[in-house]
Design a protein around this ligand. Structure first.
Ligand code: HEM
Length: 143
């Protein structure tokens, strides 16, 4: 594999590992921030989760993390996941701006947690955040 790609991917993986290992309340912090901006979505999580709201929330965060950890090595897979997920979510009345809002909240919380890390970690996450949002914008425009 290309060294540069592998280095980028490893940096993302180690940064997310750090976040998961050093910060217990990742899920609740991300969702508190997300619901503050999009209060209507909490009801959608209640409605679609049949009483397992936390589980559904965790599953969406796991998807974001999964996409993050393969983005540089398997961009086509991430493209497929997002391309399938957007219409699937829209059908469930989860509009694209909610979808994007959760990704923004996730990366904003991560950026806050890694403030004391190297600049390279922070730049890697910031770049990833921008690339994901651009990918969603691109997919959405093609509809
Ligand atoms: C805006 C907030 C979101 C809500 C309320 C939400 C809710 C849901 C619901 C209800 C499902 C169907 C679950 C099922 O079939 O059992 C689902 C599936 C899925 N969601 Fe989300 N989601 C959100 C954001 C996201 C984001 C940002 C991603 C990022 C990648 C994502 C990735 C996925 C994937 C990959 C699936 C398919 C899982 C599977 O079929 O196994 N979701 N989501």
């Amino acid at each position: 594999m290309d060294d540069v790609i592998e280095t980028k991917q490893n940096l993302i993986i180690s940064t997310i590992d750090y976040v998961e290992g050093s910060f217990e309340n990742l899920l609740s912090t991300v969702f508190a921030q997300f619901y503050e901006k999009h209060p209507q979505v909490e009801e959608l999580f209640e409605y679609h989760s049949f009483g397992n709201k936390v589980e559904l929330q965790q599953s969406m965060i796991d998807s974001i993390i999964h996409c993050s950890t393969i983005w540089y090595t398997e961009p086509n897979k991430v493209n497929d996941i997002i391309q399938t997920a957007i219409p699937q979510h829209v059908q469930l009345k989860i509009e694209v701006n909610y979808f994007t809002g959760l990704i923004e909240a996730f990366f904003d919380v991560v950026l806050n947690i890694i403030k004391s890390l190297e600049k390279s970690n922070q730049e890697a996450i910031l770049t990833l955040r921008e690339e994901f949002l651009a990918l969603i914008g691109f997919i959405n425009e093609q509809k």
